[in-house]
Design a protein around this ligand. Structure first.
Ligand code: SF4
Ligand code: SF4
Ligand code: SF4
Length: 252
């Protein structure tokens, strides 16, 4: 029986999510018996153009990226956004709050006009994304869960409840009780609340839960006299694109 063909593509990214995939393949080599990888620039030189599942890493950072992504979308039966950059714009979108010309001059100096750029955005800004795997980088186990579900023809289940739930299950002392801040009440669980567990506030790499106003861990917020709006204002690191969308600010 032929194995489903899978391809990996990268746009503007640090390639950390692809490295996580390579890591997952090393610890779970049986996956290579279940799928045929036809394109994966970080791991092989072949470039097969016939694939069922396309995993896309990285943000769109210039107009030409959209055309390339649309080409991938046309060929793929299923398109999965891999990691925070592709899912929500991620760290690349930090620049979106600055005038684009200023950013290009800062990065490219005198030759800034030679390099095309626009406001960084997620894959879903240009094409239909069927599924996403959140995080910066992605979680290896979650990647394996999603691939397994897709191979079994099931809908992958990405958690959609606040990180605080996982944090409480770990019996962590809330960082707000230690005078620190944390985005846990509005951010998607699934990482095991790793940052708060080690004493750092969540910075939101997994993106907002659906409708944070309703689903936020309100007990945590109320206890500390905070509102959803107040903690959302701290989402600059990974969530600038999402925030600007919610504010109704256009993207160049
Ligand atoms: S989501 Fe994070 S780890 Fe993944 S490519 Fe983007 S910056 Fe790198
Ligand atoms: S706010 Fe942060 S530290 Fe506090 S319970 Fe939620 S995830 Fe944990
Ligand atoms: S705790 Fe927050 S910032 Fe840290 S990995 Fe989880 S979602 Fe990302």
């Amino acid at each position: 029986m032929s194995r489903p063909k899978v391809a990996f593509f990268d746009f503007t990214s640090c390639e950390g999510c692809q490295l996580t995939v390579l890591d997952a393949l090393q610890t779970h080599p049986e996956l290579l018996d279940a799928v045929e990888i036809v394109q994966f620039r970080e791991a092989m030189s072949e470039k097969g153009e016939d694939y069922l599942i396309a995993f896309v890493e990285g943000s769109l950072a210039r107009p030409a990226d959209e055309e390339r992504l649309r080409g991938i979308r046309e060929k793929a039966g299923i398109l999965v956004a891999l990691g925070s950059c592709a899912h929500i714009g991620g760290v690349n979108a930090i620049r979106n709050r600055q005038p684009l010309e200023k950013v290009r001059k800062h990065v490219y100096g005198e030759k800034w006009e030679w390099f095309d750029a626009y406001e960084a955005r997620p894959a879903s800004a240009a094409v239909k994304v069927d599924f996403f795997i959140p995080g910066c980088p992605i979680d290896r186990s979650e990647f394996l869960e999603v691939v397994t579900a897709l191979l079994l023809g099931r809908q992958p289940k990405i958690r959609d409840y606040p990180l605080c739930v996982e944090c409480k299950l770990k019996e962590n002392v809330c960082l707000y009780d230690k005078g620190k801040s944390c985005l846990g009440p509005i951010i998607r669980a699934g990482c095991g609340a790793i940052c708060p567990t080690y004493g750092d506030g969540c910075e939101g790499c997994r993106g907002l839960i659906t409708n944070p106003n309703i689903n936020a861990a309100e007990d945590v917020l109320k206890e500390h006299g905070l509102s959803v709006k107040e903690i959302m204002a701290q989402m600059d690191m990974f969530g600038t694109y999402q925030m600007m969308e919610m504010e109704g600010v256009g993207h160049d």
